[in-house]
Design a protein around this ligand. Sequence first.
Ligand SMILES: [Zn+2]
Length: 261
Amino acid sequence: MSALVEVKGLVIRTVDLSENDKLLTLFTEEYGKITAVANGSRALKSRYLAAAQLFCYSSYVLYQRGERYWVREVSLIESFFDLRAELSRMSLAAYICDVADGVVEENAPEKDFLRLVLNSLYAIANGKFAQAQIKAVFEMRAAAVLGFCPMLDGCHTCGKTDGELYLDVMNGVLSCPECRSLASMQPITEEESRTASIICRLTPGALAAMQYAVSCPIERLFSFRLHADDELLFYQSAEKYLLNQLERGFKSLDFYKEITS
Ligand SMILES: [Zn+2]
C-alpha cells in the first residue's frame, strides 16, 4: 500500500483513543481489514462525524504515518441510518460486523463477503424481512463465502435426498436417519463421541432454505418465505453451523438473543 490510498470501507468497530481521536476498523473492498485514526472525529463540528460512526460505509482517503493509517478525507456513501431505529436491529448489525472483524484479515480482500455484509445491513435497516431470517441467511452464506460451505446435496453415506436429514455440524455433511442409526451401532472413537453431539435435525423445508442461502443470486438472498415448522430448525442450524466453524461465540450475538427472546 502506498502512502496515500483511496478505499471504500465499512466501519465495523470504533475505539475512542482520546477526546478527539477515534480508531476505526474498516472492512474495505480493496485491502480487507484496515485500522485508521480519525482525528477530531468526536468534535461536534468534525467533518468526520457522520462517517466515523459504526455501520457507516464511506469512501476514504487514508495516509500512512509510521505504522498507522490516518483518515485524510471521507465521504459518506451509506449510513444505514435506519439500523439505529431499533435496538434489535443495531445488535444484529453489531453481530454481523463482529463476525467480519473476527474473520477478515489485513491485506486480504474479501469482496464477496463485504457485499454480503452490506446487503445484510441493508436488509436489517430496511425492515422488510424477519431479522431471524436475515441472520440465518447471513450465517449460512457467510460460511459459503468464507470457504466452509456444508455439503447439502443429500446423505453423505447413501445419497438419500428426501425426507428428514441431519446436519453434522462439525463435519459439514448430511446424514439420513438410517445411516445415522447404522453409524451409531459402530464403535466410535473418543474424538467422534466428543464432536458427534452437534447434530441438527432438518426438515425438507429447512434444508431447502439452507441450500437456497448458500447458492442463490445475492440480490435475492432474503426474499423467500419459510413454513413455520421449518423456520426454527433453519435458524438454529445456521447459527450452530457458523459458530462451530468459527470456533467461537460473540457477545453481540448473546445480547441480540437476550433482547429478542
Ligand atoms: Zn443415508
